[in-house]
Design a protein around this ligand. Structure first.
Ligand code: CTP
Ligand code: MG
Length: 565
């Protein structure tokens, strides 16, 4: 079905009233929505990317002409417009065809620009030659029935509009829901991220037919907000999809490929391979620019910007635990509808009071914050989330996953088999307040947080904040957090509990005439300069040991230093 949908606050309020089954009605949130398995979601999205192309156009008005032209390659299921503000405004339309062959036919039929001296390269990123005058455009517009599913589909709600929306919410619980719904990564954002992954995969597939580029992190775990970076892992094995057929062939075939032997150890081999892949992306892939190699980190990555997607990408070729961790986070988000809205409010609060920071450093990350939320929900008297050990115990042979280093990432992927029943009917606002109260009292000095056991354990070392990495239990997820930043976290959670207490007691929108006053969670998002006791040195460029920025075993710690602003 094609329909025109523009982001619009009123429209959102209408739909959210009618469509969203909220927890405020005191239904059990964990039972409200059908849960989709991670592998199924990933597979659907990957397939969707294979039947999609992105075409640069003059403006959204080019759609009828583009549609007419591309319809000759196959059925167009949907079309989504977005724009990117660079020096000039750039417009793009994502077209989704009926199947991958039709998208491929459109790509194969595309031409190269003779005026440019670039190396011809295939990718799903194309541009549309504008033709004909206004008359032809009008005729094209008349002749098609289809419309864009979305216009300006990646434009974020600006902070004033968001404030207005939250001010107009009827109660605190709705404020938390609206914040989530209006800032989470939308369908088009996810589609574009899977296309970025497909572009990398297709670029190397001639030489590495088993290559599989998969998004992970906030782009797929359901905790991503609009504009979030893309974490991408490029794997050369096909462990997850079709593992059995590959294994069977490996055992049965009498013809065996010659391959290059690894000449050095695994880590330096990966670093050298990544250097080459980085060069290849930089030199040949349309849209890829500002390529940076960060190969000394515990997990070596290549960072780049994609100019046709306005997207920052972190590409890795190892670290499968990070990949499987995304699956765990996704499952936690699916298990109970309150988890994601709650986490969004907490991340926003942390951002507003400067606890998180877009550049890596000694501050808590969004991922660590999410772990704090999950632990809080596990340790409640009536838990909202299961502990990871019980998910591991209910794993079957289908759930077995081992990383390249033999780390066991097996846990049940089946929501039913986990057998967790939630009896907690607390509303979002209550949980938010309880979160702040809980961490106001938490003994960060002596205790470490274990999501595996759902309890605090004795701290294994002197890190200021210790969250056991659930899949690599010798590591600390928040090893990078300094003592000062941990202290600030303690102060800020106390302030937030204090601010929120009175709001939870009066959870409805205050009566006011004329202009709306900020109320409810908006009080949490005011940056509170007084409570920030960040020493001045934190704002100066300084030398940081990279090993501090990533959780690491001592033996594995890289020693290189880099400068951070
Ligand atoms: N990860 C991990 N251990 C860490 C850091 C990250 O397992 N110490 C994994 C998590 O699955 C995380 C993913 O790597 O989701 C990507 O990390 P990062 O980009 O830091 O976090 P995101 O969840 O993507 O959040 P953001 O939106 O801030 O990027
Ligand atoms: Mg990320």
């Amino acid at each position: 079905m094609h329909f025109l949908m523009r982001s619009n606050t009123k429209q959102f309020l209408f739909w959210s009233k009618h469509l969203y089954r909220t927890c405020t009605s005191r239904t059990l949130a964990s039972e409200a929505k059908e849960k989709i398995a991670y592998s199924e979601m990933m597979q659907r999205r990957q397939q969707q990317a294979t039947r999609s192309i992105v075409v640069q156009v003059q403006s959204e008005n080019s759609f009828p002409e583009l549609y007419n032209y591309c319809a000759s390659f196959g059925e167009i299921l949907s079309a989504h417009h977005y724009r990117i503000q660079q020096e000039e405004e750039q417009h793009y339309i994502l077209l989704e065809f009926g199947n991958a062959q039709e998208a491929s036919a459109a790509i194969t039929a595309s031409a190269y620009n003779d005026e440019l001296s670039s190396v011809p390269a295939h990718s799903p990123f194309l541009w549309f030659r504008a033709t004909s005058g206004k008359r032809a455009l009008k005729a094209a517009a008349k002749s098609i029935k289809a419309t864009l599913a979305v216009v300006n589909g990646t434009t974020m709600l600006d902070s004033n509009a968001l404030t207005d929306l939250l001010c107009a919410a009827p109660n605190l619980d709705k404020q938390i829901l609206y914040l989530h719904q209006h800032t989470q990564l939308n369908d088009l954002g996810v589609r574009l991220r899977f296309l970025a992954a497909l572009q990398v995969q297709q670029a190397v597939s001639g030489m590495f037919p088993n290559a599989n580029a998969q998004p992970f992190g906030s782009s797929v775990n359901g905790f991503g907000r609009m504009g979030c970076d893309l974490d991408l892992i490029l794997r050369f094995d096909r462990e997850v999809v079709g593992a059995t057929t590959v294994q069977q062939r490996n055992q049965e075939s009498r013809l065996v490929f010659h391959t290059k032997e690894n000449l050095t150890n695994g880590r330096s081999q990966t670093q050298r391979q990544m250097e080459s892949i980085g060069d290849m992306l930089h030199l040949f892939l349309p849209g890829v620019c500002h390529v940076r190699r960060i190969l000394q980190a515990r997990v070596p990555i290549i960072k780049y910007h994609h100019e046709h997607l306005n997207l920052e990408v972190d590409l890795s070729m190892s670290n499968l635990t990070g990949f499987y961790m995304s699956e765990l986070l996704y499952m936690f988000g699916e298990l109970d509808e309150r988890v994601r809205p709650l986490t969004f409010s907490i991340r926003r609060w942390a951002q507003a009071c400067g606890l998180t920071n877009p550049s890596p450093g000694r501050w808590i990350t969004n991922f660590s914050l999410t772990c704090l939320v999950i632990y809080f929900l596990q340790q409640l008297k009536h838990p909202i989330l299961p502990i990871i050990n019980s998910m591991m115990k209910s794993a079957t042979s289908d759930d077995i996953r081992l990383t390249e280093d033999g780390i066991n990432c097996s846990f049940s992927r089946d929501f039913e088999r986990i057998g967790f029943r939630c009896r907690n009917t607390s509303q979002l606002s209550e949980l938010l307040l309880q979160f702040f109260e809980f961490y106001s009292q938490f003994d960060f000095h002596n205790r470490a947080i274990s999501l595996n056991e759902g309890r605090a354990i004795a701290k294994p070392d002197h890190s200021a904040l210790y969250i056991v990495n659930p899949l690599e239990q010798v590591l600390n997820v928040s090893k990078n957090v300094s003592l000062e930043e941990c202290e600030r976290l303690r102060i800020e959670v106390r302030n937030a509990a204090w601010v929120l207490e009175s709001e939870v007691e009066n959870p409805s929108q205050p009566e006011s005439e004329g202009a709306q006053l900020a109320w409810g969670i908006l009080h949490l998002f005011k940056s509170n300069e007084k409570s920030i006791i960040r020493p001045n040195m934190f704002f100066k460029p300084r030398m940081v040991d990279v090993s501090q920025l990533f959780d690491s075993e001592d033996a594995d710690s890289p020693t290189t230093s880099v400068e951070f602003k």
